[in-house]
Design a protein around this ligand. Sequence first.
Ligand code: C5P
Length: 221
Amino acid sequence: IRKIAVAVDGPAGAGKSSISKLVAQRLGYLYIDTGAMYRAITWAALHAGVDVKDEIKVTALLPSIDLRLEPTKDSFRVYVNNREITADIRSQAVTGHVSQVASYKSVREFLVEKQRQMARCGGVILDGRDIGSVVLPDAELKIYLTASVDARAHRRWLEVKDIEEVSLEDIKRSVKERDLMDTTRKESPLICVPEAVVVDSSNMSFDNTVEHIMKLIIDKS
Ligand code: C5P
């Protein structure tokens, strides 16, 4: 069967990454987590001691960032200038600043170019906020994966509660803050494009959502 390009967009914590990763693995697709790329730039800025609120300074840092996503058997590793930062990009510090950094036009141009190059070979699933609208407007299948704020915050809390001391309320606040920034920013805000298939996973299990999305892809292939 033919392999297509799949765009998966949606708000924070909807399960885009974990679901897309598994679907890609099962179908033999390349999975590209574009959120990880925005996180990597944010990590690099924090690591360099750059004020992430300063768009000019963040922009000036971009040419010195060699960002690489290296696919592994069931996931991928993230490198900045040959240093592995796969785990570091999930910290609360990065999560708390990433939407600010992702709002800068220079950062988006830098990463969108890389994302298109990585997606060139077809048979890809990209997840993010602007995949169907900006990165791959010609994708054969566009999915808008969403869930209620409560469901998303709860899932995220289950993921991080054993790693970091953080309350469900704090996570909920952070999810809402990111949603607001991501949907109201000037540069390629998160939108649900009219041609997207909306999947609301609030009352769906992880396995059901995976099955459902696999079927959508197979039907288009
Ligand atoms: O998907 P994830 O939650 O890891 O994304 C982190 C942040 O990166 C998002 O909240 C958003 O601000 C930004 N992002 C983006 N465009 C994308 C992917 C992520 O602006 N395509």
